[in-house]
Ligand binder design. Structure first.
Ligand code: B12
Length: 362
């Protein structure tokens, strides 16, 4: 393959390499593009990044197993390294960026791509990888003295933890640039948390930093004390709420039921244990999204997660009506938390099409 443009056919070839976990083919194709004149930045952002989004769609629709997704992501990671190594890097810049993922955030590839794009643009970059705690972040900031911290967040339920990281950097006098779909449309939730900058992708990030160097502290958190209080209630009550949901929904998630049955008879089997973990993990993430929505005072964080859950369940033959049952069960338990109730009500409202569907005659 000697293409000198990223055409649909080239993308399809790369997708096929990911689907087959064909490392050699993927590297040959991507590095071949760079050697035939396509910029490494274009290959990272125009070939690898969109291919990963399609990987996610295939996993979410049930077409691919988790293992297949992992294998494909591994090939993408190798491709990012190979493409970066094949391109000349502007060196010696005093502009120092520290890249990190949000606390609890294991989507490392986006920050990896950002790191390489910034390096290619001549920045000095230090990358800390996945799920960095505020404590670790602060310690690294103190030791290495970056001009700016670039924080990546893919999942919205990690927003409250990202807030702590942003506050931590602010206390150390270091501005924070944010990015990733978890920070919401145009970085709405990043700015609500007090971030100084947001960029939609790695190219915009490099452009923004180059045009307005050095970045300055200018963000202001709009997180309200009452929201933090209700968030804390949800965090404190999480185990109890989760157990309640697991009970109410035991007939919906096969694993939850299997666990109840097997522990009542012959002890838990590995399979039912795994299914149970998957079921409670999913419910836990829905609870965490509710808490994050309350924290940033925007119900879209919760409704977005419900929309994802609806599609995810439908693709796996789990009846999405259980989400209505879930919001009702939580509403019953959280009567004393007005912001949470408003968020649950918005969530329920977003599920109205499901309700209408169940009333429709067969
Ligand atoms: C690979 C992958 C994983 C891998 C990650 C491995 C790794 N080493 O990165 C693993 C297996 C760990 C994983 C786990 C999970 N995942 Co996942 N994952 C993905 C997948 C397929 C690709 C991620 C990726 O690389 N994207 C490509 C990058 C390049 O795109 P990007 O994020 O938009 O990044 C660009 C910009 O946003 C920006 N940017 C990003 N960060 C930053 C930072 C700064 C400072 C700036 C300026 C810019 C910037 O620049 C980037 C390049 O331009 C996505 C699908 C998708 N749509 O992304 C799902 C996806 C994100 N995952 C999803 C889910 C649900 C999960 C799990 C909850 C699944 C589970 N049951 O456990 C867990 C959660 C783990 C956790 N706590 O973090 C869902 C999220 C949906 C939702 N609303 O919740 C997605 C969307 C899949 C889907 N279609 O349903 N996942």
């Amino acid at each position: 393959m000697n293409a000198n443009r990223i055409t649909d056919a080239v993308q399809a070839d790369f997708d096929a390499c990911l689907a087959d976990a064909d490392e050699g083919g993927a590297l040959e194709l991507a590095v071949g593009l760079v050697t035939s004149g396509v910029s490494a930045e274009d290959v990272l952002l125009g070939l690898v990044a969109p291919a990963q989004v399609r990987v996610g769609e295939r996993w979410a629709s049930g077409e691919w197993t988790v293992a297949r997704e992992h294998a494909a992501t591994h090939v993408s990671r190798l491709t990012v390294d190979a493409v970066a190594a094949a391109a000349p890097v502007g060196g010696g810049s005093p502009r120092h960026v520290l890249v990190a993922c949000g606390d609890g955030e294991w989507h490392v590839l986006p920050s990896h791509i950002l790191t390489e794009v910034l390096r290619l643009r001549g920045f000095r970059v230090r990358s800390l990888g996945g799920s960095v705690s505020p404590h670790e972040l602060l310690s690294d900031v103190h030791q290495t003295g970056p001009d700016v911290v670039a924080l990546s967040c893919t999942l919205t339920f990690n927003l409250p933890l990202a807030h702590r990281q942003i506050e931590t950097c602010r206390c150390a006098g270091v501005p924070v640039m944010t990015g990733g779909p978890g920070f919401g449309p145009e970085g709405t939730w990043a700015y609500a948390l007090g971030a100084d900058l947001y960029a939609a992708d790695a190219r915009d990030a490099a452009d923004a930093l180059l045009h307005r160097w050095p970045p300055v502290l200018c963000g202001k958190s709009s997180v309200q004390a009452a929201a933090v209080e209700e968030y804390a209630v949800l965090v404190r009550r999480r185990p109890e709420l989760l157990a309640h949901l697991a009970h109410v929904l035991r007939d919906v998630f096969p694993g939850l039921r299997a666990r109840a049955n097997s522990s009542a008879t012959s002890g838990s089997s590995a399979t039912s244990g795994r299914d149970h973990e998957e079921g409670t993990g999913f419910l836990g993430r829905l609870l965490d999204s509710l808490a994050a929505a309350v924290f940033v005072d925007d119900a879209r964080v919760f409704t977005g997660q419900l929309a994802f859950a609806t599609a995810y369940f439908s693709a796996r033959s789990v009846d999405p009506h259980c989400l209505l049952t879930m919001t009702d069960a939580l509403t019953d338990r959280l009567r004393g938390s007005p912001r949470t109730l408003d968020t649950l009500s918005a969530g329920r409202q977003s599920l109205v099409p499901l309700e209408a569907e169940s009333r429709r005659p067969e």
